[in-house]
Design a protein around this ligand. Structure first.
Ligand code: NZQ
Ligand code: ZN
Length: 388
């Protein structure tokens, strides 16, 4: 196991009624920037609840509404401008990864003199940030309990992840009831995203990281058990609760500390989103089984890892590693594309031409050279072809 530091200071208020803790903002500042997406929080009533609690706590509110899925740098800039002109002293994101990621870079940009895009391409420039608080409404990215933010500049076809301990939320409220209204498409995509974070952590070259591996298996089994339940019974509290806590644990360092290698499916998916604005979790679901097959083709010694994954997560009993590994990929496809009803090809998510395969693969390959199985531009083009 490698050396690591585990320090995620985000306080989690988990469960029904925890929204009352928003009142704590009354003792932390006087003006908050409320960051949210396209309106789901208005339809669910959460917006009214939050505004009422903040008003009662004596906090005044200014707003950055309309954060896009795959949040854009233009929206971040708008938020930074509001913080600077309105003298905002804290940020509250209510929503999913997009609202939270946008809020994180706004929080950092508010205390930075240059353009916010600098902070996306050069995380080292993030020296401080306004305090950030989150109310999570969808189980997916884990942004509620991590230091990452992913921002897009569609004019450059760039979708880039930045990170800083200054952007870690101070507290996050996780009430599974707020996820009852998440539509099928995003329940699917969110589950696939959590699964991908866990898979990226599970397949590692670090020897001896047994506890991390077993924790990954527990998260993956939790997703396999609860994803389809949440899909078919959107207001099943325990299914939503299990997905929600899995979302935070998959990416807060618990599974990767001491065991991590650079991720592969994520850099590949980020190119698909940067060029075609597809839903992150859907892209990951499409890419991951093909990535697994290329891993085993390039490095047959990895077959045993995929066999282990299949036995632990899907209960495969085949004794031969090659058969179990093959079965594992088939079972994963069945889970993602049949049980979770996720579109299974790039065509099905609207990528109907191959024109950008080379360009996307070239960019992704700059980040996949040191992964579990190093992936070249040619390997990534092959993955795109398999997924087409
Ligand atoms: O915008 P609104 O109206 O709120 O609707 C959203 C949006 O359309 C809707 N939604 C969310 N909660 C809902 C709801 N609809 C009804 N009821 C609710 N309770 O769901 C849609 C998707 O929301 P979004 O925030 O975009 O989803 P997600 O949480 O999956 O975030 C995706 C973004 O996060 C990035 C992704 O790349 C993508 O840009 N990621 C962030 C990471 C991080 N910070 O650590 C890591 C991830 O790997 C990922 O890259
Ligand atoms: Zn992800």
């Amino acid at each position: 196991m490698d050396n690591f530091t585990y320090n995620i200071p985000t306080k989690i208020y988990f469960g029904k009624g925890q929204i009352s803790h928003l009142a704590e903002l009354g003792s932390k500042g006087s003006k908050v920037l409320l960051v949210y997406g396209g309106g789901s929080i208005k339809r669910s009533g959460l917006y009214d609840t939050a505004c009422r609690i903040l008003k009662d706590a004596g906090v005044s509110v200014v707003e950055l509404a309309g954060v896009e899925p795959n949040p854009r740098i233009e929206t971040v800039r708008k938020g930074v401008e509001i913080c600077k002109t309105e003298d905002v002293d804290m940020i509250l994101a209510i929503g999913g990864g997009s609202a939270m990621d946008c809020a994180k870079v706004v929080a950092a940009g508010a205390l930075y003199d240059g353009d916010a895009w600098d902070l996306v391409i050069n995380p080292g420039l993030i020296a401080k940030a306004l305090p950030l608080y989150c109310v999570l409404t969808i189980a997916a990215t884990g942004s509620e309990m991590d230091m990452f933010a992913v921002i897009s500049d569609m004019s450059l076809n760039e979708k880039i992840g930045t990170a800083s301990p200054h952007m870690v939320p101070v507290f996050s409220i996780l009430d599974p009831e707020y996820t009852f209204t998440v539509p099928k498409k995003h329940t699917d995509a969110g589950t696939a995203d959590i699964m991908s974070h866990t898979i990226e952590n599970y397949f590692t070259n670090v020897e001896g990281a047994g506890i991390q591996g077993h924790l990954c298996e527990a998260v993956l089994k939790t997703l396999v058990e609860n994803g389809p339940v949440a899909l078919n019974e959107p207001d099943n509290y325990d299914a939503r609760a299990n997905l929600m806590w899995a979302s935070s644990l998959a990416i807060n360092g618990l599974l990767s500390g001491g065991a991590g290698v650079p991720w592969t499916a994520h850099p590949i998916e980020h190119e698909l989103s940067a060029f075609y604005d597809i839903t992150h979790g859907e892209g990951l679901a499409i890419v991951t089984p093909a990535w697994m097959e290329i891993c085993m083709k390039k490095d047959p010694s990895k077959t045993k890892d995929f066999a282990k994954f299949g036995r632990a997560v899907f209960g495969i009993t085949e004794e031969c590693d090659e058969c179990a590994a093959k079965d594992a990929v088939a079972k994963l496809r069945q889970f993602l594309f049949e049980s979770m009803e996720i579109p299974s090809t790039l065509r099905a998510v609207g990528i109907t031409e191959k024109d950008n395969f080379e360009k996307m693969a070239e960019k992704a390959a700059t980040r996949t050279a040191n992964g579990y199985v190093p992936m070249t531009k040619e390997d990534i083009v092959e993955i795109f072809e398999m997924c087409f």
